[in-house]
Design a binder for this molecule. Sequence first.
Ligand SMILES: Nc1ncnc2c1ncn2[C@@H]1O[C@H](COP(=O)(O)OP(=O)(O)O)[C@@H](O)[C@H]1O
Ligand SMILES: [Mg+2]
Length: 249
Amino acid sequence: MINWSPEQPIVSIHNVHKSFGPLEVLKGVSMDIMKGEVICIIGPSGSGKSTLIRCINALNDIQGGSITLEGQEVHDEKLDKLELRKKVGMVFQQYNLFPHKTVLENVMMAPIKVLKESKVEAQKRALELIKKVRLDGKENSYPGELSGGQQQRVAIARSLAMRPDVMLFDEVTAALDPETVKEVLITIQDLAAEGMTCILVTHEMAFAREVADHIYFTDRGVIVEHGSPKEFFDNASDPRTKEFLSQVL
Ligand SMILES: Nc1ncnc2c1ncn2[C@@H]1O[C@H](COP(=O)(O)OP(=O)(O)O)[C@@H](O)[C@H]1O
Ligand SMILES: [Mg+2]
């Protein structure tokens, strides 16, 4: 029996070490995320952001430390990874929708196959989610008929259809045309406003400043700085953070 209550971190990352062969990519990373918080992870390319986020839903194993979700050790060998991934939704840069299925079918599929929901139930919920990501009217379109930003919002709806407790977003706007970035960020902002716990890797500084509760800056496998958006953007103290911000702001 796991003793977890919502006053405790929903995700707790403690001193995580991760290597790929001889390459140590995470060198003792820690962060605590409370239910309903929005966390933005910012940092140079190759600093281990994607690796960290993939450790949270056990797509990567770890060599040291611990990660708990709702008090449960994610890297426990006995933990059912499918159960874990039902609780932790993930959206990537590539949306990977099924091209020969409609928007509605894409969103309905996993709840029917994985959650064993009835077709009627899955469809009702899919229609709600499509509306939530502001794509009502596109239910019967195919992914190829949509813009990148619209497809990414379908991917978000598809992930939400699994009723996750936490959402991971890894540079979900990085491959989009600038004019469609905003609509995806608005969708994430809507989710955050509803209280979804969101962990995002992003280069969208204005978004991070506005929406994040905490910002973490990573460099070469360590967190060199973290704080509120105000502390981070106005008073960064580490030279690596300052250097990075001077290039992107
Ligand atoms: N599956 C893998 N096998 C070997 N090396 C990897 C693998 N995934 C990532 N890496 C390496 O880990 C480092 C961090 O990568 P990544 O977490 O993708 O960084 P970021 O997302 O911050 O750009 C890089 O040096 C990358 O080449
Ligand atoms: Mg990455």
